[in-house]
Design a protein around this ligand. Sequence first.
Ligand SMILES: Nc1ncnc2c1ncn2[C@@H]1O[C@H](COP(=O)(O)OP(=O)(O)OP(=O)(O)O)[C@@H](O)[C@H]1O
Length: 352
Amino acid sequence: MLDIRNLTKRFGQVEAVKDVSISVPDRAFLVLLGPSGCGKTTLLRMLAGLELPSEGQIVFDGQTVSDGDRDWAVDPAKRNSGLVFQSYALWPHMSVRGNVEWPLKVMKMPATDRAARVAEVLELLDIGELAERYPNEISGGQQQRVAIARTIAPKPSVLLFDEPLSNLDAKLRVEMRTELMRLHRATGATAVYVTHDQIEAMTMATHVAVMNQGRVQQFGAPADLIEHPETAFVATFVGTPPNNLVPVVKSGAGYRVGGRPMPLTPPADECLAMYRAETMTLSDHEGATTLPMELVEASAIAGRTLVTGLTDGLRLSAIVDRPPDAQIGDMIQFCLPPRPDGWFGLNGERIG
Ligand SMILES: Nc1ncnc2c1ncn2[C@@H]1O[C@H](COP(=O)(O)OP(=O)(O)OP(=O)(O)O)[C@@H](O)[C@H]1O
């Protein structure tokens, strides 16, 4: 179990991580997901022991490894965790075998055990035939594999990844994603993986922590975040495309959306209605629940069409079976389903 308790990190006036508490079960694959600057890397660096928390504790398997309240932390090399960075600095003067063997030498593993472990890890990453080559004699993707092999060689119980695939091209990224998942299962380690890539997060994670401005907004299984976002931020950050959030305002005895009366019964006079893109439809004519919008985008997505409309700063996405019979810039009618998929207050809290 990896326990993060009331963790806060300040850099001068900046609070990079604010009172984060999460418990990650053994063998979980936790993804830290959030926009740039939300504190993901700072949290990961505290887990690795590269940064001391200002407050709070990190506990690996019942053992405290960082304690901000006591200004104390176990050395990065002694905390049974391995970190894979975005840029993987291999030792240029050592062969692939030498690079992977290095951490085992540092931990004073006997030579015969080292040779066996290196062979095992090279096999696991399918780079056995590169063992005698030097880093400048292999491709970027192969270097990344070597960096991962070097990290897992000492069998860390916690594997930490900081956007490890962001330097790879799109095809290699998809391949490595599957590889990392296989590797995670094979090592039995608990993984913590930082990304701002939605698809990466949703396909790899058993658990996701969505962060914004240093705080964890929601922690749960990927499906939970999609099915039941707890805040407006999560609703609009998670999912491809993310959910639509529509401001609803009271007007006389009824309510208005985008300046038009709508037959809605919201839980508050001013709030946000959430509609999934899959529940929105398009209509050929105006009706009681339609909103005229400018067609700004129509793109193919898994055999269906993602249609985006814009009006007065309101942007809506719908996933429909057939492309609309209209050109970009034309007005089309978006049709809101009878009931929203959720309600949020103006402060972003879920209210229904
Ligand atoms: N050493 C530091 N000194 C001062 N401020 C820092 C330091 N490291 C990070 N910060 C600030 O803390 C906040 C969180 O940064 P962090 O790198 O953790 O974000 P991130 O979510 O990983 O962002 P990105 O996705 O862009 O890498 C930012 O406002 C950043 O400017």
